[in-house]
Design a binder for this molecule. Sequence first.
Ligand code: AMP
Ligand code: MG
Length: 421
Amino acid sequence: MTTVKLEKRSSDYPMLSIMEAWSRIASVLAPLPPVRKSLDCAAGLVLAEDIIARDSMPPFAAASMDGYAVMSSDASLEKSVVGEQDAGIKLDLSVGQGTAVRIMTGAPLPVRADAVIPFEKTEEKEDVVRLQVIPKPGENVRPVGLDMMAGETVLPKGFVLGPAELGLLAALGQFRVLVHPRPRISIMSTGNELVAGDEILKPGQIRDSNSVALSAAATACGFEVVTMSRPVHDDRNKIEQALISSLNDNDMVITSGGVSMGKLDLIKPLLAELGDVLIGRVAMKPGKPLTFAMLQGKPVFGLPGFPVSSLVCFEQFVRPALRLMSGLNLLWRPCVDVCLAEKLQHDPDRTEFQRAIVESGHEEFVAYSTGSQSSGRLKSLVGANALLILSLGMGDFPAGSRVKAFLINQPEIHKTLPIIC
Ligand code: AMP
Ligand code: MG
């Protein structure tokens, strides 16, 4: 009998902790170079310049109620009305001892006026007004510069432009601002077994669901996605061609499938040939074969093909990476303590992200598992609002245990990856 020499198949890539994997990603990524954009295209973008107010806002002292403008140092309660000041025009009016000007909200105050008594607290007859209250200095007046003074830095670089910030810029007449653009992303599915959603399945084939799910995950966080219309076959040259053309037009490429140890798992060797592979394995479940490389100065994520693995890797690595490239500094979702409603099994060799529904109980959050945690079972993510973090080195968790969880439907609040990972 001839002896067959068995070769051990082992990965060339070290198994990285989640922390180490993230620090490798963060060390090579930076916010995209700033561009000037008009305000209507700038919502959610990050400012790349300090905004200094050229004018004070409001630029003149104005009434903040409809009423009578008066001089607060004048104690007389009965005054003759010497004119009327509307908003949007500046009349040559002034008040003094015993006089008042009828004034509308937003109108500039007449000379010497420093208070406005609202109509409700007055009586007027034949241009004589009787005040029912004694005016106080500054009452119902918006002083010059209440919102901002000329020369003040109103928005420092790094600020995220939300509705209030955009309103402030519009009020200042600053209609074009320097911002970090959002990265453009290309998503491509790879696998001989895959067909596009509109095709009829032949035996052995499945529909490509990852490109739809990953695009939705990217657009949900505001990114612009170009999805390849058809899955790419497990063919070195076809993958290379798709990869290179996607890289030319985009800031990041995300592939799914083909990163494991099978003979048709071609992504890792191809990325190693064309660029620099920084991550080949991560001690996490799902998502162990996660791959990250830099090619032509741009990041490429090779996500595993199993639908849950690809979405969990997107959530834990791709999304923070996209946020970093957008100039955002809050990268991580809220990480909270939750109490397990039931026992969870856990493999201590890897940090596991179990999908769960977290509800607020009497005094704490309670986590309910979404059932079987197989990485091919997309239903384990359906309706889930949390990823429970079952740490490396720990065994099973009995019901009532407390663990950390990322709330995956909530906006990011952490700058750094919580060390629990
Ligand atoms: P792979 O990572 O290429 O070994 O793929 C692992 C498994 O994930 C495959 O056997 C498929 O069942 C599934 N899969 C891979 N790519 C996709 C995709 N784009 N859409 C849905 N399922 C996929
Ligand atoms: Mg495959």
